[in-house]
Ligand binder design. Structure first.
Ligand code: NAP
Length: 255
């Protein structure tokens, strides 16, 4: 059914901006949003014909528009330019998903240079904060909006890589502060904290770490990008109208 009045689709007629849209959880969020009737500016780091073909296929399948945007989220000038380009479409923005993220190198914090930690924070934290600043100014024109940040269970429990865990803890804290500041403007801000999700990021962890992590998960399986995308879709939708400042674990039960 095409989006519009009377549609039962969760995001019918909404316009969303999703970062890290090229693969993994971000690609699943774009697909889930399109299937629920949302138009999407899909932000990727690198221009790619395959990415643009995927967007065109989803747009045709679901009767929505999906437009590529390109920026390295750690480059403030590139992020500003991407948002300015999206704004030339003269559409309101309803939803921002800060999904783009990078994993830290596997080494003790004693051996991690501050420059490396700073570089990771530029992607995982400052990129998301800058996008949130620009996007929520745009949303505020309409007096409504929803931001969903991708945190991590590592940001709650502390993980083995200090810079990654700390960057996600910072996103959790920022989610609550943004929610407080933006509530009077009609903008909700929440985060999901995935556990162990099967993507390129976790493939890099190695077989033993993957098996050990699944053994500690109540549901005894790795999550899929679609598992995370469903939670993000709900939090972005009007069905979550009374939910803000929350951090939702999507982790199969990691106690
Ligand atoms: P992924 O498969 O490694 O994909 C990461 C995405 O982020 C890619 O689209 C990548 O673009 C983009 N990205 C990375 N650095 C970027 C930069 N500087 N500028 C723009 N885009 C950049 O990771 P994922 O597993 O889907 O993770 C998505 C989010 O979920 C991340 O924030 C991650 O920390 C979080 N998360 C994941 C898990 C998990 O188990 N997988 C658990 C907890 C939290 P390119 O294609 O250009 O590299």
């Amino acid at each position: 059914m095409p989006p519009g009045r009377g549609s039962s689709m969760l995001l019918a007629g909404k316009n969303a901006l999703v970062t890290g849209a090229s693969r993994g959880i971000g690609a699943a969020i774009v697909a889930a949003f399109a299937a629920e009737g949302a138009n999407v500016w899909a932000l990727a780091r690198t221009r790619s014909e395959a990415f643009e073909a995927t967007l065109a296929g989803l747009a045709a399948a679901h009767g929505v528009w999906l437009k590529p945007l390109y920026a390295d989220v750690s480059d403030p000038a590139a992020v500003s330019a991407a948002i300015r380009l999206a704004m030339t479409d003269k559409q309101p923005l309803d939803i921002l998903v800060n999904n783009a993220g990078a994993m830290a190198q596997d080494k003790p914090f004693q051996l991690t240079a501050l420059e490396e930690m700073e570089a990771l924070f530029r992607v995982n934290f400052f990129g998301a904060v800058q996008l949130s600043q620009l996007a929520t100014r745009w949303m505020a024109r309409k007096g409504r909006g929803a931001v969903v940040n991708l945190a991590s269970i590592a940001g709650i429990n502390g993980g083995s890589r200090l810079d990654y865990s700390a960057s996600k803890a910072a996103i959790i804290s920022a989610t609550k502060t943004m929610a407080r500041e933006l509530a009077p403007l009609g903008i909700r801000v929440n985060a999901v904290a995935p556990g162990f999700i099967q993507t390129d990021m976790t493939q890099a962890l190695g077989q033993q770490v993957q098996a050990d992590t699944i053994a500690k998960t109540l549901l005894r399986r790795a999550g899929t990008p679609e598992d995370v995308a469903q939670a993000v879709t709900f939090l972005a939708s009007d069905r979550a109208a009374y939910i803000t400042a929350q951090i939702w674990g999507v982790d199969g039960g990691m106690l």
